[in-house]
Design a protein around this ligand. Structure first.
Ligand code: NAD
Length: 488
């Protein structure tokens, strides 16, 4: 462990002031690759903190809304420049706090300022429409901010996901109460620091640290006009059960993403795409490949190739050169994943590689590591075939036809991402039309999206109230339309 790794005490931002929780309680966030490394401490906030944060932004957001679109855009641009200037330290902090590899963290740290710049442009591009009127009056729609938005985010992209919520929310002139994951309080704080340095008035932005307690209080607060959440389906559904009818709500949730490989596929290409989608980010991507639906004729040949790739991966601390896969982000997450592996074994699935035992190595002794794991002979009705694991565990299911593959692909409650490997254009088209997934990938990994393309799931993966990430679609969520009739 490096001696140049200080612990950062992060604080809430309430009513324009960096502050501790009224509870006085704090919690620790330790490096998931090495629990001896204390990365950050954060306030364990409760309902009183949430109430104060929302009240502060309610009082302060109008100052921000009154800025011109050019001014708001310039602030986001400057925040992006601040983040770019801190790239090296952000990469190191992201690896230490969340557990990505250096390469994965570098990608995220690069993407976040790009998101802010993209939404800086959207501040100027958000337009309404004029409508032919029957009486010669000027009839038009006028778009303004929604008001006070709560943004609740997960830990797996602690800069990138908040940036694609705070970026468009602020571009449109809203005030924001941001509740980062309790797993990544430092990275959430780093984004806020950059936004304040860029020029967002502190009264228009609040940060609340902590877990379910403060988050539940936040979503129940009457002072919110909108809630944007990314996280698990279970938590998303619990939020949905308490929001008011008038509260705009966007819930982006879990997935159980399939990759179809039929008898015509290039198996080397398929194995490469599957291994990347399943084991990249140590399996902790919402769009990660967690099921492979493979034709019986090529089943064994594909499994052999995927297993060989899984076995080659070096698991370890993301700051160590040559490491391909980091740890699970928390001990709880590791235990969950190992629990899934054990239950799959009990259910009779065949373990091809990996397994529930922790990987060996002195450098792995203090982290939450899981072996990249592949199962075959998975019962389509079993937990491994239907529930989100969110770890490096792949369920391979044998299918007899394209029809069966499409049917099995749709046989879970989720509908986030789905992929197919094929050179058959007719099959690719039919797959795109019929597979129930918001993101359809043909000859690509199930993971990874373009920052300017709509992103969101179907079925229980999303409320489908608005697509994330895609310029205009995002601005729709963060703006309220009025229809104006104007006669001189
Ligand atoms: P999580 O649902 O446990 O937590 C997400 C956020 O909600 C955190 O900030 C957490 O503190 C807060 N929270 C926890 N309990 C709450 C409650 N009862 N009420 C209100 N808020 C509460 O998810 P996680 O473990 O941080 O992230 C992993 C999950 O996120 C996976 O299911 C993954 O698929 C999903 N995810 C989805 C997308 C997407 O775009 N669809 C992207 C990334 C992650």
């Amino acid at each position: 462990m490096s001696t140049t790794t200080p612990t950062v005490a992060v604080r809430n931002l309430v009513d324009g002031q960096w502050t501790d929780s009224v509870t006085g309680r704090t919690a620790e966030r330790r490096n998931p690759a090495d629990e001896r490394d204390l990365v950050s401490t954060y306030p364990e906030s409760d309902a009183k903190d949430a109430e104060a944060a929302v009240a502060g932004v309610r009082a302060g957001w109008h100052e921000w809304a009154a800025k011109t679109p050019e001014q708001r855009g310039a602030v986001l641009e400057k925040a992006a420049t601040v983040l770019e200037g801190r790239r090296a330290s952000l990469v190191e902090e992201l690896v230490r706090e969340e557990g990505k590899t250096r390469a994965e963290a570098t990608m995220e740290v690069s993407r976040t300022p790009m998101n802010l710049r993209f939404y800086a442009g959207e501040a100027l591009r958000t337009t309404g429409s004029t409508i032919p009127s029957s009486d010669g009056s000027l009839l038009f729609t006028w778009r303004g901010p929604v008001g006070v938005v709560a943004a609740i985010t997960p830990w797996n992209f602690p800069l990138n996901i908040p940036s694609r919520k705070l970026g468009p929310a602020l571009a449109a002139g809203n005030g924001v109460v941001f509740k980062p994951s309790e797993v990544t309080p430092l990275l959430g704080t780093r984004l806020v620091e950059a936004l304040l340095e860029g020029g967002v008035p502190a009264g228009a932005l609040a940060v609340l640290h902590g877990g379910a307690e403060v988050s539940k209080a936040l979503v129940a607060d009457d002072g919110l006009d909108a809630i944007t959440f990314t996280g698990s389906t279970a938590v998303g559904e619990s939020i949905h059960s308490v929001v008011r009818a008038s509260q705009r709500t966007q819930l982006e949730m879990g997935g159980k993403n399939p990759m179809i490989v039929l008898e015509d596929a290039d198996l080397d290409r398929a194995a490469t795409l599957i291994a990347k989608g399943a084991f990249g980010l140590a399996g902790q991507a919402c769009t990660g490949t967690s099921r492979v639906l493979v034709h019986a004729d090529v089943h064994d040949a594909l499994v052999e190739r995927v297993a060989a790739k899984a076995e080659k991966l070096r698991v370890g601390n993301g700051l160590t050169d040559g490491v391909d896969a980091g740890p699970q982000a928390t001990a709880r997450q590791r235990d969950n994943v190992v629990g899934h592996i054990r239950r799959a074994l009990d259910a009779g699935s065949r373990l091809v590689t990996g397994g529930p035992e922790a990987p060996e190595g002195a450098d792995l002794a203090h982290g939450h590591f899981v072996r990249p794991t592949v199962f075959t002979d998975v019962d389509p009705g079993s937990a491994l075939a239907t529930e989100e694991v969110f770890g490096p565990v792949l369920a391979v299911l044998r299918v007899g036809s394209f029809d069966e593959a499409i049917q099995v692909a749709g046989a879970t409650r989720y509908g986030l991402s789905a992929g197919i490997v094929t050179n058959d254009l007719a099959r690719a088209m039919r797959f795109a039309r019929e597979v129930p997934a918001g993101l359809v990938k043909i000859n690509q990994t199930t993971t990874g999206q373009s920052m300017n393309a709509p992103f969101g799931g179907l079925k229980d993966s999303s409320t489908q109230t608005s697509k994330e990430q895609a310029g205009e679609a995002m601005m729709t969520f963060y703006t309220a339309d009025k229809t104006v009739y104007l006669s001189a």
